[in-house]
Design a protein around this ligand. Structure first.
Ligand SMILES: [Zn+2]
Length: 358
C-alpha cells in the first residue's frame, strides 16, 4: 500500500486554488536542506510512485535537531539522508524523530533513522499501533473478511486476484519499526529550539494524524492533513468496514479552521509551502460536499461502489487505482448513509447496492 495516502490530483476548485500563495520559487534537491524560517528547514525526497516526492522537515534544537517525518524505505531516500548526515547535519545529535502519521512515506524510515541516530520516536498512539498491525500483515494472505469486503463493493474475480497480489505492500515500504514510541496527544506542547510547537490532531486521512503549530513562528506543519494541490485520500478499508472517515475528515477541516490563524505558512508533506490555509480547508470541504451531491444524483437507481467512480474521479480507474478509488467511493457512500440520504442492500452474491432513500 505504498501509494496509500494520495495519488489523485483532483483539485477542482480553481477559484480557491488561486487564493493560495507560494512564497518559495525553488525546491530543495534530494540531500539538500532549505531554510523556510529561522531554524526550520525543508527537505524534499524523491518517491518511486505516482506521487513522486515527499517533504520532510528539520527543526534546529540547540546543538541538535528534530526530524519531522522520515520518507519511504527506498534506496534513494536512504542515500539522500546519508548525504544530509555527512554534509548539512555534520553528524550532529538527533534529539527526536516526530512522525505525523502512519503512512509509509512518513513513517517508513523511522526505524532506520532510529538505528542510525538513537533518537526516540514521537507519534500518536493510534498511528503507532495501526502501523504495527499493518506491518504484521506482510507475510500473510488477505483475510476472508477483506475479500468479502471488496466483493461487496463489486470487485470481479480478476480484481480480487490483483488485490491478493498487492496485499502486504505496506510492510514492504517500511523499515522495521521502532519497538517503542513516545505518545503525542492533541494539545501537547513540544519545546524545540526554545520555541513551542503545539500538537493538533486531525482524522479521516489516517486515524490520529498529528500536525504541529508554532504560534510564534506562524508555522503549521500539516503532514497530509492540508495539502495545497492534492486532495488527500479519505478511504474505507476492510479492517473497519463500517467506518465513516469522510465525516471525520470534514469535521477535522472545520476544526482546523478554528485551531490556528490564517496567516500561518503551511509546511505540507506534498507540493510546496503556502499561505492560505483557511481557504484551502474550505475548498476541501466544498469539494467533498460537491462530490456527495453528484453521487446522490447518480443513486436514483441502485449502484455498486465500483459503479460510482465517474462523478468522483476525473481519470479512468484501472487496476493500479481501483483499491483507492473503491475506498474513497465507500467513504462518500458511508457519509451519505450516516446522514440518512442513502441506504444499502446486499444481494444473494454478497454484493452491496446503494440507492437514495425515498
Ligand atoms: Zn498520508
Amino acid at each position: 500500500m505504498s501509494s496509500v495516502g494520495e495519488a489523485k490530483d483532483k483539485t477542482k476548485d480553481k477559484t480557491k486554488a488561486s487564493s493560495l500563495t507560494y512564497p518559495f520559487a525553488d525546491i530543495p534537491a534530494p540531500g539538500e536542506a532549505f531554510e523556510v524560517a529561522p531554524g526550520v528547514y525543508w527537505l524534499r525526497m524523491p518517491m518511486p510512485i505516482a506521487l513522486d516526492h515527499i517533504n520532510l522537515w528539520l527543526l534546529q534544537d540547540g546543538d541538535g535537531w528534530v526530524i519531522v517525518d522520515t520518507g519511504l524505505n527506498v534506496p534513494n531516500i536512504i542515500a539522500a539522508w546519508e548525504t544530509l548526515f555527512t554534509t548539512f547535519l555534520k553528524d550532529a545529535q538527533i534529539n527526536r524523530i516526530v512522525v505525523t502519521h502512519m503512512h509509509p512515506d512518513h513513517l517508513g524510515l523511522a526505524g532506520w533513522l532510529q538505528d542510525k541516530t538513537g533518537a526516540p520516536l514521537y507519534i500518536t498512539r493510534t498511528e503507532y499501533l495501526m502501523a504495527r498491525t499493518l506491518v504484521s500483515d506482510m507475510p500473510q494472505k488477505p483475510p476472508q473478511a477483506a475479500l468479502d469486503f471488496y466483493r461487496a463493493a463489486g470487485f470481479t474475480a480478476d480484481n480480487l486476484a490483483h488485490y491478493q497480489k498487492r496485499f502486504g505492500m505496506f510492510g514492504m515500504a517500511m523499515h522495521k519499526m521502532p519497538d517503542q514510541y513516545h505518545r503525542l496527544q492533541d494539545g501537547d506542547s513540544l519545546t524545540i529550539g526554545g520555541s513551542t510547537w503545539r500538537v493538533i490532531i486531525g482524522t479521516g486521512h489516517s486515524p490520529e494524524h498529528a500536525c504541529l503549530y508554532n504560534a510564534e513562528k506562524k508555522l503549521f506543519i500539516s503532514g497530509d492533513q492540508i495539502l495545497p494541490k492534492i486532495t488527500s485520500i479519505v478511504s474505507v478499508y476492510p479492517t473497519e468496514p463500517d467506518a465513516n472517515p469522510l465525516q471525520d475528515w470534514l469535521s477535522s477541516c472545520a476544526h482546523l479552521q478554528d485551531a490556528f490563524p490564517n496567516d500561518v505558512l503551511v509546511l505540507p508533506a506534498h507540493n510546496t509551502p503556502f499561505y492560505g490555509a483557511h481557504a484551502r480547508l474550505q475548498a476541501l470541504i466544498n469539494g467533498h460536499e460537491a462530490n456527495n451531491r453528484r453521487l446522490l444524483k447518480l443513486l436514483t437507481d441502485p449502484k455498486r461502489a465500483v459503479d460510482v467512480f465517474p462523478p468522483l474521479f476525473k481519470r479512468k480507474i484501472d487496476d493500479s487505482t481501483l483499491l483507492m478509488a473503491t475506498g474513497e467511493a465507500l467513504a462518500h457512500l458511508h457519509c451519505l448513509r450516516a446522514r440518512g440520504q442513502v441506504a444499502v442492500t446486499r444481494d444473494d452474491h454478497g454484493v452491496d447496492w446503494w440507492q437514495v432513500t425515498p
